[in-house]
Design a protein around this ligand. Structure first.
Ligand SMILES: NC(=O)c1ccc[n+]([C@@H]2O[C@H](COP(=O)([O-])OP(=O)(O)OC[C@H]3O[C@@H](n4cnc5c(N)ncnc54)[C@H](O)[C@@H]3O)[C@@H](O)[C@H]2O)c1
Ligand SMILES: O=P(O)(O)OC[C@H](O)CO
Length: 431
């Protein structure tokens, strides 16, 4: 039975980031905060890394708002006036309850829910700036697809954000090309959220939207309010309880924050599996782009994807232990489904393909094609390679290693079949 308690406060949500996916998730969340005014404050703050932007002369805004189009304007002003992120998510009307804010401290002020959504290379610096600026009982969700590799090992961003800010942070990841979600074309996503038990004043009833069909939904009564340590990852920490004035942040209410008719949410408890699927598929998508760029067809791409998913699962089991579930990769949107969509139409795939077709560096293509959006696969390939080298395990992850060697110019895309196939390697050595 649901709680009948009336809560005097509502959750304030801030989206930390405003790129292609950051703005899309802000739209999803802002639609839901309006719809569930009993749980959330309608206004959604969206922190924007401020920049000047010139509206293209041929855009519809240039004729409807000639003043704004006459010279470069602050991106936040454009977003708040036009209700569109004209640079990173053009032609998608945004709900008016999204407020673009260039000031990080004021954007997160009093926010109880922080949604982290920016290219992974910027998150460490943003967390440093957030220290002491957030409410201590805030809860986080990381939508970032990447891994934090340092001399301390390989960490999930949900863990590193949680540890740096002293909050609990879950993860959201799925087969989600931002523009398709923004256009409200149907997709699914996976949210891993292990809420501290003190947040869960009543558990989510079975059968609510988002209840996992795979029996992996959390038994909230078993949680102890402390983060689990992970190999190469987080450390135990004590969390501050969510004050009783706020509605509980259990699975049902988290689902209400993200679930839309066009964006279906499955909630599970495998935070590592969700995060690793999203991060590592970006390396595989580069390999898929390389072979497609050679014109090798769908069989070659399928071979790369097959090895890629094997290495994703192996990476999880080797470095994050048995908490990583195989089913997360096979049954949830964040696993094979994300690999498929990313290797079909993702930015990493498209840029890698063009790089091979044009004989150019992928960074050059990224700069030319993405209008400021950032590839995550190239830096992740380097970061994962650094980590595997430190662990002495490069040979055990031949596809991840092959992608790094191609980016380094040490190998060619044509070498991929031999690099990923042990039999071929042995035969060529004997021959
Ligand atoms: N775009 C997608 O289709 C998609 C879908 C799912 C997940 N993701 C993941 O979401 C995360 C965010 O991706 P995105 O698509 O929103 O970003 P993006 O690729 O659109 O990157 C641009 C963003 O980076 C910001 N930025 C540039 N320089 C910065 C700096 N120095 N400091 C802070 N911010 C800076 C820009 O202001 C802009 O908001 C990534 O990890 C990505 O893998 C993306
Ligand atoms: O465009 P990409 O390659 O960053 O991939 C986008 C999303 O992660 C696909 O789910």
């Amino acid at each position: 039975m649901g709680s009948l308690a009336v809560h005097s406060k509502k959750h304030k949500v801030c989206i930390v980031g405003s790129g292609n996916w950051g703005t899309t998730i802000a739209k999803v969340v802002a639609e839901n905060t309006q719809e569930h005014g009993d749980i959330f404050e309608p206004e959604v703050q969206m922190w924007v890394f401020e920049e000047e932007y010139q509206i293209p002369k041929d855009s519809q805004h240039a004729s409807s708002s000639p003043d704004l189009a006459s010279q470069p304007q602050k991106l936040t002003e454009l977003i708040n006036t036009l209700h569109e992120n004209v640079k990173y998510l053009p032609n998608i009307p945004l709900p008016k309850n999204i407020i673009a804010n260039p000031d990080l401290a004021s954007a997160v002020h009093d926010a109880t829910i922080l949604v982290f959504n920016l290219p992974h290379q910027f998150i460490a610096r943003i967390c440093d700036q957030l220290k002491g600026k957030i409410v201590p009982y805030a809860r986080g969700i990381s939508c970032i697809k990447g891994l934090e590799v340092s001399d301390r090992g390989c960490q999930l961003f949900s863990d590193s954000i949680g540890a740096k800010l002293g909050i609990y942070c879950g993860a959201l990841s799925g087969a989600n090309i931002a523009t398709e979600v923004a256009q409200e074309k149907f997709s699914e996503t996976t949210v891993a959220y292990e809420p501290p038990s003190m947040d869960s004043q009543h558990p989510s009833p079975a059968g609510t939207p988002g209840a996992s069909p795979h029996g992996s939904q959390l038994d909230l009564t078993q949680l102890d309010g402390e983060m689990k340590g992970r190999k190469g990852g987080g450390k135990k920490q004590h969390l501050m309880a969510l004050p009783a004035e706020y509605p509980p942040l259990h699975h049902t209410n988290m689902t209400k924050l993200f679930h839309r008719p066009y964006f279906h949410v499955h909630l599970i408890n495998d935070v590592a599996g969700v995060s690793l699927g999203g991060a590592l598929k970006n390396i595989v998508a580069l390999a898929a782009g390389f072979v497609d760029g050679l014109g090798w067809g769908d069989n070659a791409k399928a071979a790369v994807m097959r090895v890629g998913i094997v290495e994703e699962v192996k990476f999880g089991k080797t470095f994050f232990g048995d908490s990583v579930r195989n089913a997360t990769f096979t049954e949830e949107s964040c696993g094979v489904a994300d690999l498929i969509t990313s290797c079909s139409g993702g930015r990493n795939f498209r840029c890698a393909k063009m790089a091979v077709q044009e004989g150019k560096k992928i960074g050059e293509i990224e700069e030319r094609e993405l209008n400021g959006q950032k590839l995550q696969g190239t830096s992740t390939a380097y970061e994962v390679h650094d980590f595997l080298k430190t662990e002495g395990k490069e040979q055990e992850f031949p596809l991840f290693t092959a992608v790094w060697r191609i980016l380094e110019g040490e190998k060619r895309p044509e070498d991929i079949p031999d690099l990923i196939d042990v039999t071929a390697r042995v035969l060529s050595r004997k021959g």
